[in-house]
Design a protein around this ligand. Structure first.
Ligand code: HEM
Length: 414
């Protein structure tokens, strides 16, 4: 048992009851992860009805283990697995997910990933440096004289969506609409989502797909120098992406391409300001900046959990898994494993203890990691350099969107 009312741990049976909607939990999940590491790092989460792994070595190995996949229906039917039929009220969402990179396994995954990968490798992404610097400075220009701002709306929300929209070739004026579609869409990944969340996600998936379909028609007629045109006209082993594959890929890039980075900008600024460390030291050169960014990714990651299906029966940490079982990997908890990181709950950019798992590992390793890292490595130091004396003006409130972790607002003054 623990002194946290929302959490009960039974180390003997490895069963845990945890209320993911309790603000005391999702506001500070790191404390709970530490309690799990101390007593029960692999556990059956009663409310989620699945096994969860928090150990660094287990999570790292499972992400790379080909006996596990993001998909299961490529090797077995719903009937064989006793899986329910898909819901009728989420058909548009399911259709968009059908060809999402995140939901595929080889060979489809390899084909799709190869087609988009070139645009996302570091040397292509680095060319965006001047654009990200200009955008960051323009945003700070807008609020610098006011001596206060709410950072999510004025800064964090804008940079990632603008950059990914430009890359794909979607007009920037669509930014606010893309944010709305994307917020609704990712509601489907939340624990304890409601029917209203599902209806909103489905409606947005439909509108989003219709919009992308229209963009594809325009780019087919008049190709531009953008990722959408590139995806339409590039072939892999004689094959082109189908219309549905193009739509799914554009949607996943737009959603994944900003949601996590928005949260991470807010989480990082909060962590740095609350750490009491001097931003001038944390960002004194490119190397220091990189370490600071990686340490924030380790200690306050924006996306906490990814799941896998067991494809081949096997045993992991004494747990027998059969084909079709779902396992959940808590990346944010693996980043706090005391067997890997000393004083794991302490923000220490100088640590040299290996990579965090916030971008995953293996074949699904985040394709956008070079872009997200570049945005964070440019936006954070510029913000602290331009606004010396930055302070938190009101207690930050964490959003009720577990298993994401991000702020509702971040009110700052200087
Ligand atoms: C701080 C920001 C970000 C974090 C923490 C993050 C995290 C992750 C993680 C953990 C995965 C692996 C999921 C799994 O193994 O099941 C992933 C996959 C992915 N991410 Fe990111 N991401 C971020 C930003 C981005 C950006 C900027 C983009 C796009 C431009 C992006 C696009 C994707 C895509 C398309 C995948 C699927 C890759 C595949 O399945 O092959 N992400 N991300």
């Amino acid at each position: 048992m623990t002194d946290r009312p929302f959490l009960s741990i039974n180390p003997a049976t490895r069963r845990v009851s945890l209320d993911a909607r309790d603000p005391a939990f999702y506001s500070d999940p790191n404390g709970t992860y530490a309690a799990l590491h101390a007593t029960c790092p692999t556990f059956y989460w009663e409310e989620q009805k699945a096994w969860f792994f928090t150990g660094y070595d287990h999570v790292n190995a499972l992400l790379r283990d080909r006996r596990f996949g993001r998909q299961i229906l490529h090797v077995a039917s719903r009937e064989e697995l006793g899986m329910a039929e898909p819901d009728a009220h989420t058909t548009h969402f399911d259709r968009a997910e059908l060809h999402s990179l995140l939901e595929l396994e080889p060979p489809e995954h390899t084909r799709l990933r190869t087609l988009v990968n070139r645009a996302f490798v570091s040397r292509s992404i680095e060319k965006m440096t001047p654009e990200i610097e200009i955008l960051t400075n323009q945003l700070i220009d807008r609020f610098e004289a006011k001596a206060e701002t709410e950072l999510l709306a004025s800064f964090a929300d804008i940079i990632p969506v603008t950059m990914i929209a430009r890359m794909i070739g979607i007009p920037e004026e669509m930014g606010p609409q893309l944010l709305k579609w994307s917020h609704d869409y990712v509601g489907m990944y939340m624990f304890k989502r409601t029917r209203a969340d599902e209806d909103a996600a489905d409606r947005s998936a439909k509108e989003f797909a219709e919009y992308v379909r229209q963009m594809i028609a325009e780019r087919r007629a008049t190709p531009q120098d953008d990722l959408l045109s590139h995806m339409i006209h590039t072939e892999h082993k004689g094959q082109y992406l189908t219309e549905d594959e193009l739509i799914s890929t554009a949607i996943v890039l737009l959603n994944a391409g900003h949601e996590a980075t928005v949260h991470q900008i807010g989480n990082s600024v909060r962590m740095i300001l609350e750490s009491g460390l001097d931003p001038a030291d944390l960002f004194h050169d490119a190397k220091a900046t990189e370490r600071t960014v990686e340490e924030t990714l380790r200690i306050c990651a924006p996306v906490h959990i990814f799941q896998r299906y067991c494809i081949e029966p096997c045993e992991i940490d004494g747990i027998s898994l059969k084909r079709g079982d779902k396992v959940s990997l808590i990346l944010a908890a693996a980043n706090l494993d005391p067997a890997k990181f000393t004083d794991p709950l302490v923000f220490k950019p100088a640590r040299e203890e290996g990579a965090n798992l916030s971008f995953g590992a293996g074949i699904h390793f985040c394709i956008g990691a070079p872009l997200a890292r570049l945005e964070l490595n440019i936006a954070l130091p510029l913000l602290f350099k331009r606004l010396p004396g930055l302070k938190i003006a009101a207690q930050p409130v964490v959003k009720d969107v577990y298993h994401f972790h991000g702020l509702e607002r971040l009110d700052l003054r200087w």
